[in-house]
Every structure is written in C-alpha cells, then in structure tokens.
Design a protein around this ligand. Structure first.
Ligand code: CTP
Length: 399
C-alpha cells in the first residue's frame, strides 16, 4: 500500500527540552512507516537523553558536534543536510526557534538548517508562557514566512505543572504530519464532499433503528483526500471519531438530514462526491412523540416503514453532477451485484467491500468497479486503503 514516508530519509534534530524523551518514540514511529532516521542533537538535548538511546533506536551514529571528525570532509553541516529528504526538529526549543528565525549558526543543528537545501519542519515544545511570548510568536511568524512548517504545538498538561499551549505533538501525530507533508498533492484544487458513518432513524424519543457502521472508512478517506490537497467536507452520521485535521465536518442523524445537508452543499458543485455512509434504507412512517409503552404481556408494536431518499443516486442525477463514488456492502456475488449497483446509481466508480463483516474493523479488502473493469485492493488497514483509493480516484478525474 502506498505511504509517502516509505523510503524517506529524515534528519531528526533534537533540542533541549523535557519532551526529548518523546523523540525516542518518534524515531520508532517514523521507522514503522518505512522512513530511516538520522539523529542530530544539541548539547542541551544530551542533558535530557543520552546519544546512546538514539543511536540504538535509529541504528545510526548520532551527531552533536559541528567539528565531528567522523564526517570525511569535516563538513557535517553540509553532508548531513544533503543526505536527508527533510529535516524535522522535535522537540524544537524556544532558543532553537529564535536561532532559526535569525539565521544564527552556533552549533551543528542550527548550522545544518542554514545550509539545508531540503524542507524544514519543527515541532515546538516549551512552557506556555514561553510559547505565548511576543518574541516567540514573532519568531514563529518569521519562520512561517521563511517556508518552515510548524507542527503544533498541542495544548494540555505541561511537565512544569502548568496547562496550556506548548506541548509537543505526540509521536504518532508528528509521523502522520510528516506523511501528509510528503503525500503527493494529487487532489490539489479539488473539492470533495463525503458522507460517512451510520444514520439513525427514530422510532420514538428514546429508540432508533441504525446499523453497525463505525465511520472509520469514510473518515480515513476524508483524511486522505485532505492530505492529497483537496478541500474536504464530511457529512457524518452519529459516530464517535475525531474530525480529521483540516476537514470541515457537519453532523447529522437521519438519512433525510444527510440528504438535505448534502444537497445544501451542491452549490457550488464539489468536484467529487464520495458516499461512504451506511444510510438506512427505510425510516419509521409514524415516529411516536412519546416513548411507546408496553400495555400487556402479548403487546408487540407493529412498525410501518417508508423508504428514505437515495442520496448518492440523487446527486448522480443532478445536471453537471460531481464525479460520484459509491460504496457497496454485498453479501453474495460481489462483482455482478456491484456492477449492477454502479449502473443503477448512474456512477462512474463503485467500491465494494469484499466480505460484509467489515463494520467497526480497522482493516478491509476492496474491489473497485468502473466501466473498464475491476481493481482488487488486498486486505490492508483502512487508512492505507484510503490513500490507495485517493490515488486511483485522482487518476480518473478530468484534468
Ligand atoms: N446510499 C445513499 N443513500 C441511501 C442508500 C445508499 O447514498 N439511501 C449510498 C451508500 O452511501 C453507498 C451506496 O449508496 O455509497 C450503496 O449503498 P448500499 O446500502 O450498498 O446499497 P443500496 O442502494 O441501499 O441497495 P441494497 O441495500 O438493496 O443493496
């Protein structure tokens, strides 16, 4: 499965701060995604974590000194920065931000950043007052103007006992941000609207009819589209997943609300509509205003249903319709039923779940069905499948 970090060489700069311990986990996480890591530490960082830890974790010698004789031409700042695909400083201290903003070069890390011909990303980590200080904010603005990407900082409890902005992002968040950074912007300039999750159809004020959709696949695709450079809106049924960074989310409950929210977003038309939601096909005809009570031992209520609107088909029928992608859960004869469904809904691409018990799981197996035929995506994490799907989709869109 594609992963933009795979094979990348990351120069990880570690500066002095309590969060340096999180950089150990960051090395492991970057490696888990297929990147190799070369660590460069400032002298201050070595007061928090020893070089041996990073050497053992990264499998590469750690550099701290501008005059390190292990580099053949004794120009560590040039050699190290040329070998990397990107430089990430995590944690990045107040002092290092100030140095970078002013172009100071008084140690190996600041010097190689000045000598770099590769992108620089920093993950600030500091006390909240230091982060909010006008000088630090000024430096952050300067660094952004200079093309440096600033990841975080996060908000929360700090090592000093205070609470606020200035926490270094977690290793997983930083790794995801690095992957997003390297992701080809195959959907740049495109707008994508998605539906995800289940819908809930009320019976009375306390009871609903719903399904087991977790929303994981739809949320993963929304995130992958955003990372591929699209402007993304996600209409989500009830699910407890966090909103992917940079994605606009609209929460709805019923199929009718989902339908109305989607159509309210059709002007201007998005370039792509991806219907991942497991929309309830029917709703209860007469929703009771009051909780339905048992009145006797043999008393069983009878519910009448009416059909919900087919959101995907209604969008596909619009004049000048977006490029529509449907999902299908079929329990038998996947290829035949999938192709029939694609034609019935009038859409160019249908994604069929292979195996119908994927609800709630973190992995999945997909069959992509379009007018030309089938493409199978073997069992993989939903996040990996989402990235692969976005690449496939980008290849099908009109230029
Ligand atoms: N869909 C939709 N609105 C509905 C029902 C389905 O937008 N009221 C979309 C789903 O989001 C999915 C696709 O249509 O992208 C196929 O959903 P699925 O439940 O597999 O198909 P149905 O049209 O409901 O047909 P059936 O349940 O009979 O297989």
């Amino acid at each position: 499965m594609p992963n933009a970090l795979n094979g990348k060489k990351i120069l990880l700069g570690v500066t002095g701060g309590v969060a340096a311990f999180k950089a150990c986990e960051l090395v492991r996480e970057l490696q888990r995604w297929g990147a190799s890591v070369q660590v460069v530490m400032t002298e201050a960082a070595t007061h928090f974590i020893g070089t041996a830890s990073f050497q053992a974790l990264s499998g590469q010698p750690v550099f701290t000194d501008q005059w390190d004789g292990r580099i053949a031409n004794n120009m560590a700042h040039i050699e190290l920065s040329r070998q990397a695909d990107a430089i990430l400083i995590a944690p990045c201290s107040t002092d290092m931000m100030a140095k970078l903003a002013h172009g100071l070069c008084d140690d190996l890390l600041s010097t190689l950043c000045m000598a770099r011909d590769k992108p620089l990303l920093i993950a600030p980590a500091m006390n909240r007052q230091m982060w909010m200080h006008p000088a630090t904010q000024r430096n952050a603005r300067q660094l952004r103007d200079d093309g440096v990407a600033i990841l975080g900082p996060g908000n929360g409890d700090q090592a000093c006992g205070e609470t606020g902005d200035g926490r270094m992002l977690e290793a997983v968040q930083l790794t995801e941000a690095m992957e997003a950074f390297f992701t080809p912007k195959s959907l740049a300039g495109k707008s994508v609207l998605l539906t995800a999750g289940p819908t809930q159809e009320p019976i009375d004020p306390v009871r609903v009819i719903s399904n087991l959709s977790s929303g994981k696949m739809g949320f993963a695709i929304a995130q992958a589209c955003q990372r591929a450079g699209a402007q993304v809106t996600l209409v989500a049924g009830p699910c407890a997943l966090p909103t992917p960074d940079g994605v606009q989310r609209i929460d709805v409950r019923t199929a009718q609300q989902m339908h109305d929210a989607v159509h309210a977003l059709m002007q201007p038309r998005p370039d792509v509509f991806i219907a991942v939601a497991a929309v309830a096909d029917w709703r209860v005809a007469q929703v009771s205003d009051q909780k339905i009570k048992k009145t006797g031992d043999d008393d069983v209520p009878t519910l009448q249903f009416v059909q919900n609107p087919d959101i995907l088909a209604s969008v596909a029928r619009l004049p000048d319709a977006p490029f529509c992608v449907g999902f299908a859960a079929e329990s038998e004869d996947l290829e035949k039923h999938g192709e029939e469904k694609r034609r019935r809904k009038g859409i160019p691409l249908l994604v069929a779940n292979i195996g119908h018990a994927t609800f709630g799981r973190d992995d999945n197996e997909l069959l992509l069905i379009d007018a030309k035929g089938h493409t199978r995506m073997p069992l993989a994490a939903k996040t990996d499948l989402a990235r692969a799907l976005v690449l496939h989709l980008a290849g099908q869109l009109p230029a």
